[in-house]
Write a protein that binds this ligand. Structure first.
Ligand code: PA5
Length: 490
């Protein structure tokens, strides 16, 4: 199997100049931090106890037992008997699935039976509170022919919970008391209201609210190879190939040497560009329509993992394992800001700013060598497009974009996929996960929590009169109301 490749040339001074590119001296300077970060990460990854406590168990997901994959496939076979599947989830419980579907299934999956083969149509909901989408779905789908998979690790997330309540009522109305047989819940094995619901339903009927556990020590955005597996199997994708790609990349990304480890090199070069060359914006631009949602998935991975207010405080416990705390005495406010887009579409939108706007961005291209399909253009013999293949044109457009950026000293790099196959896609996701984890180490922050997401949730809970909110949170909301001067409302 041909591995994915990486081209980091255009991040260096010899391509974009020393003001905007990495120099050998910059690499020498960071090499001590890279060695420390590798030692630290390896120490955590080699201890199950540490992986579980610090949420780094995702690194083990490429290696799953044949038995657990069999169980997932068995459940998937049942879902495949239905015409439609509604998949409910948000953030890490949604973006990986959407990315997989767009990348690995034929385009217009829901529209055409020929591409879907025997899979149901798959609709994503529970990732917003906009009533205009779910209501259309529920008005048009036949509940008797629709299966529902609800994914929520906490079981408490408002968007998913609200959508599930609506869908559950809809199913119940049409199916009656056995409606739970058309539901699978993917949630924490022990805690949360969704788990409670599963336990109650299962006590009465083993076929109702069947569930797949989310593994301990795996955060939502790092869990596509856990919570996303049922969805892959429902789409008829060979899970083993995706995991084999991830395992292959895991091996490559365990090497300590920067020049052999693409995840470390990606993280180190972007850290230099961020810290020393004033490049806080991270643009992911696949030259592929089907990888746009993979770029969206990466946006979440980068933003939630690295966008942090406080530095990390490490407490060493008596058993030599670590506890990570937010060091409230060290406000760092770090993290590159992600933008996801795609070529060639966005060459006619944000590219103008990439070339002539502030030189504060680093662009990561994803280049596909062999597309699943091909179109050879037929036209007037004199037309410059006559006889050309679409796939050659898109590759040329990517090369041209690279060239245009270099003329203006804009750093960029490329991830090159031989094809968008389950194996390559597994490699790509694992690479980005490891690169993000390593970047977190270099920034010395906790890349596996997301405390900043709590602010809006708490405000909503307060307004919705949720009992049990901490007094400190309640007081903060009461003492800091939104200011709405009518003068500025026009
Ligand atoms: O990465 C994360 O942990 C988050 O993005 C969660 O996936 C997201 O908030 C959804 O949470 P839950 O699965 O608990 O509903």
């Amino acid at each position: 199997m041909k591995n994915i490749q990486f081209d980091f040339n255009n991040l260096f001074d010899f391509c974009v100049g020393a003001q905007h590119g990495v120099t050998d001296e910059d690499v020498r300077e960071i090499s001590g931090s890279v060695a420390n970060a590798h030692r630290h990460l390896e120490k955590i990854l080699s201890s199950r106890e540490s992986r579980l406590r610090l949420n780094l168990e995702w690194a083990e997901l490429p290696y799953q037992s044949a038995q657990s994959l069999r169980e997932i496939k068995k459940l998937a076979a049942e879902v495949r008997k239905y015409d439609n599947l509604i998949s409910l989830g948000i953030g890490g419980s949604y973006l990986g699935l959407k990315a997989a579907q767009d990348a690995l299934c034929p385009a217009y999956f829901n529209e055409f039976k020929s591409g879907r083969k025997k899979s149901p149509r798959i609709y994503f909901e529970g990732n917003n509170l906009d009533p205009d989408t779910l209501s259309v779905l529920l008005k048009n789908l036949n509940p008797k022919k629709t299966f529902v998979v609800v994914i929520s690790k906490s079981g408490e997330t408002t968007e998913t919970k609200a959508a599930f309540m609506a869908v559950e009522a809809w199913l119940k109305r049409a199916i009656g008391k056995n409606y739970g047989r058309q539901i699978i819940a993917v949630t924490d094995p022990e805690s949360g209201t969704l788990r409670k619901k599963v336990n109650q339903a299962q006590a009465l009927d083993k076929l109702s609210f069947r569930s797949l556990p989310l593994l301990k020590g795996v955060g939502g955005r790092f869990s596509e190879f856990n919570m996303g597996l049922l969805h892959l199997a429902v789409m008829g994708i060979k899970i083993e190939d995706v995991l084999a790609g991830a395992a292959s990349m895991r091996k490559i990304c365990s090497q300590p040497e920067l020049e052999k480890n693409p995840a470390y090199l990606y993280a180190a070069l972007h850290t230099i560009l961020y810290r020393k060359k004033n490049k806080p914006i991270a643009i992911m631009m696949p030259f592929s329509e089907t990888l746009k949602s993979t770029a969206d998935w990466y946006s979440q991975l980068l933003a939630e993992s690295l966008g942090k207010k406080y530095g990390r405080k490490i407490n060493l416990k008596s058993d030599n394992t670590e506890e990570w705390l937010a060091d409230k005495s060290r406000v760092v406010n770090v993290g590159r800001s992600p933008i996801s887009c795609r070529g060639t579409n966005d060459l006619h939108s944000i590219q103008q700013n990439n070339i002539e706007g502030a030189n504060d961005k680093v662009i990561t291209f994803i280049r596909v060598e062999k597309f699943k399909e091909e179109i050879k253009i037929k036209g007037e013999p004199a037309d410059l497009l006559n006889g050309k293949n679409f796939s050659d044109l898109i590759k040329l457009a990517q090369e041209a974009t690279e060239w245009a950026l270099l003329q203006e000293q804009r750093p960029n790099c490329a991830i090159i996929l031989p094809e968008v196959s389950p194996f390559s896609w597994g490699e790509l996701l694992f690479f980005l996960e490891m690169a993000t984890a390593f970047e977190g180490e270099l920034l010395d922050i906790n890349a596996f929590d997301q405390p900043g997401v709590e602010g809006y949730k708490n405000y909503m809970y307060y307004k919705l009169n949720k009992p049990g909110l901490p007094a400190e949170t309640v007081n903060q909301i009461k003492n800091n109301p939104l200011k709405k001067d009518p003068k500025y409302i026009l």
